[in-house]
Design a protein around this ligand. Sequence first.
Ligand code: G
Ligand code: G
Ligand code: MN
Ligand code: NA
Length: 254
Amino acid sequence: LNMDVRLRQALEQDQLVVFYQPLLDLDTGRCSGVEALVRWQQADGSLVPPMDFIPHAEQSGLIHALGDWVLERAMQDFLRWRAAGVELDTLAVNLSPRQFMQPDLVSHIAAALERWRFPAACLELEITETALMGQGAHAEEALQELKALGLRLAIDDFGTGYSSLAYLKRFPLDKLKVDQSFVRDLPDDVAGSEIVAAVIAMGRGLGLQVLAEGIESRHQLSFLAERGCHAGQGYLFSRPVPESQLLPWLENNK
Ligand code: G
Ligand code: G
Ligand code: MN
Ligand code: NA
C-alpha cells in the first residue's frame, strides 16, 4: 500500500498519537505549557517520527484532517489536565505551510475552540517563517484574524527559513522559538553564541517572548538564562512524552 493510503487508514483507525514536550519558564523553572508533537504508532508499537509522514500528508492534502485531529486531541488532553488541577497556560500546536494557506483555517480553528470551549488565550500556533513568506497580503490577514480569536502566534525554527526580518514589524506575533541548530553548540561556538544573544535581545526589544529549542545541557541553559531568554524546551528538561507520562513528569518537576 502506498504511504497516502496507509496514512489515511492510520488517521481513521486511531493509530496516530500525540506526544507532549514541556515548555519551561527559565526565570522560575516552572513548566508553563507543552508542545504537541504527533507520532504514528505501528502495529508492533514502534513510532514513526513526523518527519517521515508529515511531508507526505502535506503533499496529499491529508494534512488538513491530520492537523484537525492533532489540534482536537491536544485540546481535549489539555482540558483534562487543567480539570485535574494542573496549572498550564500554553498548548502549542504546529501548523504546516499548507494548513496555513488553507482559506478556511480561521473558521476551522474558531470552530474547534468553540466545540471544546477551549480558552483561546491558552492556544499557541507555531508557524515557520517559510510558511509566512510568498503569501503576499494573505499571511498578514490570516495572522490578524487568528489573533482576533484571542490566541497566540509563535514563529517556529526561527532563523532557519527563507525570509526577511521585515515581517517581525508587520505581523502580530507573540513568540520567537529559536531553532535548535543555534542552541546546539552553545556556548563554545562563538558565532552561534553571538547570534543567539542578538536574537534574544532583538526579541525582547520587540516585546516578544523568546524560547530556545533543543536545550540539552546545563551550560546551554545558563548561557541562555544569563542573556535573558524567557523560556526553553529540550531534552535537558524532558523529551516529548506520551500523554500518560506528562502528569507524573509535572508532579516530579514542581
Ligand atoms: O516530533 P519531532 O519531535 O520529531 O518533530 C519533528 C517535526 O515535525 C517538527 O518540525 C514539528 O514541527 C513537526 N510536527 C510534529 N507534530 C506536528 C503536527 O502535529 N503538525 C505539523 N504540521 N507538524 C508537526
Ligand atoms: O516543531 P519543531 O520543528 O520545533 O519540532 C521540535 C523538534 O525538536 C521535535 O522533533 C523534537 O522531538 C525535537 N527536540 C526537542 N527537544 C530536543 C532536544 O533537546 N534535542 C534535539 N536534538 N531535538 C529536540
Ligand atoms: Mn514546533
Ligand atoms: Na522548531
